[in-house]
Design a protein around this ligand. Sequence first.
Ligand SMILES: *[C@@H]1O[C@H](CO)[C@@H](O)[C@H](O)[C@H]1NC(C)=O
Ligand SMILES: *[C@@H]1O[C@H](CO)[C@@H](O)[C@H](O)[C@H]1NC(C)=O
Length: 172
Amino acid sequence: MKVSFSSVVALALVAAAPVLAAVVARVEGEITDAVPGKWLSIEQGITYHNSTSGPLVKRVGTEVVTCYGFGTKADRAPIVSVIDDWCGKVIGTHVNNGQTVWARYNYGSFTVYVSGEAINGCNFVIDGNCNRLLRLPVDGCNTSGVNGKQGGYETDLCGQWRTDPGCCGSDV
Ligand SMILES: *[C@@H]1O[C@H](CO)[C@@H](O)[C@H](O)[C@H]1NC(C)=O
Ligand SMILES: *[C@@H]1O[C@H](CO)[C@@H](O)[C@H](O)[C@H]1NC(C)=O
């Protein structure tokens, strides 16, 4: 489920945000961000795989969390800031089967990719579960503290929600 920058960049809308980033120190791949600063910029879009529209479905099924357990580490605070900002923008968006609504927030020394995809023939409207589902791989993975979060994704019958810190031109 890792997506390279190049595969999505054609669909990206780059939105420059005010530069308010806190100083971020980087030690041996560990991201430390004492004060959760603001991101520098946001890329976002909708990737169309093979969408078919159909009736809206209710949220059903077990929610399964998969932890990446490798790749870029980031602190919980900036990740959660990204989740809440992005969900605030996309709640109400209609997602058809095969579509992925996504964004990548750039903090300078790391990025946070978030996405929601409709799967298994489902179509849904993004609701407040966005904030909750994207937190699952943050709070359910790398649980020894608020640092070292490597992200993961939640899958249920109708959707897959991914939270993924990345770095240096890759979401890994
Ligand atoms: C989309 O899915 C339909 C039905 O499964 C298939 O016939 C069609 O070839 C697919 N299109 C693409 C671009 O994959
Ligand atoms: C994050 O958790 C995974 C297990 O899901 C573990 O393999 C990995 O080493 C952890 N990463 C850190 C930075 O603790």
